[in-house]
Design a protein around this ligand. Structure first.
Ligand SMILES: NC(=O)c1ccc[n+]([C@@H]2O[C@H](COP(=O)([O-])OP(=O)(O)OC[C@H]3O[C@@H](n4cnc5c(N)ncnc54)[C@H](O)[C@@H]3O)[C@@H](O)[C@H]2O)c1
Length: 245
């Protein structure tokens, strides 16, 4: 897909789906703004993508820090002129605890990163996108936000909120050339595996396997492309035909 002249801001870009999105957008010639908390892994993604596309900026930045996010958006806009694509991918999801076990601190951390992180990054770019008459926002949600996962109430609730935010915001900006969509992965290969085509058997989907980072990135890149201008306010599940919830 062609992304020359477009600038993409990707959160949680160091590993997993975020890294795969960065690699795929780089192949399309996009300018990249990559942010993550994990400096070491982020540097690796920066180096990988710099081998593919010309313009890459990488920042160690916490999505829960609105001032820091705004500074990055300011610097990137100065450098590239605009941010055309926002992929809100950074999130916490690995903690498993029943509702009784999950303490208030855990809940607050999940709400902060998964919901407020998405809100802050979106707030930092949205007015410029509507002023420019162009924007693509893709929020990475989860099937947990649709069905609810036991022992992940703290996670499921945040992803449900991200899906609702997506649908509501899409309606506010549709007439200004900005699309807002969510993608909801099912089970994806472990993020510590650098092979973006890695998949393993899984009984959670009728396809009998986990999804790959590339498959998720391809969907996100399609929604980020000019071809997807008439798709907005959607939550698209990419879950291999989910079996169990
Ligand atoms: N992997 C799965 O099975 C799966 C399933 C459904 C949904 N998802 C969603 O896909 C997205 C990516 O998941 P993944 O498994 O590919 O990656 P991951 O969870 O392994 O990595 C996420 C990245 O986000 C970064 N991050 C976390 N908190 C941050 C913060 N406060 N500020 C900046 N960066 C931060 C981490 O450092 C990490 O590099 C997440 O939104 C996740 O909820 C994943």
């Amino acid at each position: 897909m062609e992304f020359k002249g477009k600038t993409a801001f990707i959160t949680g870009a160091a590993v997993g789906i975020g890294r795969a999105v960065a690699l795929q957008l780089a192949k399309g010639g996009a300018n990249l703004v990559l942010i993550d908390l994990n400096s070491e892994a982020l540097q690796k993604t920066e180096e990988e993508t710099k081998g593919i596309t010309e313009n890459v900026l990488a920042y160690t930045c916490d999505v829960t820090d609105y001032a820091a996010v705004s500074d990055v958006v300011e610097a990137a806009t100065k450098q590239f002129g605009s941010i055309d694509i926002l992929v809100n991918n950074a999130a916490l999801w690995r903690d498993r605890a029943s509702f009784s076990e999950a303490d208030v601190a855990l809940w607050k951390r999940y709400l902060d990163v998964n919901i407020m992180g998405t809100v802050y990054c979106t707030k930092a770019v949205i007015d410029r996108m509507t002023d420019n008459g162009y924007g693509r926002i893709i929020n990475v949600a989860s099937v947990a936000g649709v069905y609810g996962n036991a022992k992940m109430t703290h996670y499921s609730a945040t992803k449900g909120a991200v899906i609702a935010l997506t649908k509501a915001l899409a309606k506010e900006v549709a007439d200004k050339g900005v699309t807002v969509n969510a993608v909801s992965p099912g089970s994806v290969s472990p993020a510590d595996n650098p092979d973006i085509d890695f998949s393993k058997p899984s009984d959670l989907s009728f396809t009998g396997r986990t999804g790959t980072d590339r498959e998720n990135a391809d969907l996100i890149c399609f929604l980020a492309s000019d071809k997807a201008g008439y798709i907005s306010g959607q939550n698209i599940q990419i879950d291999g035909c989910r079996k169990k919830m």
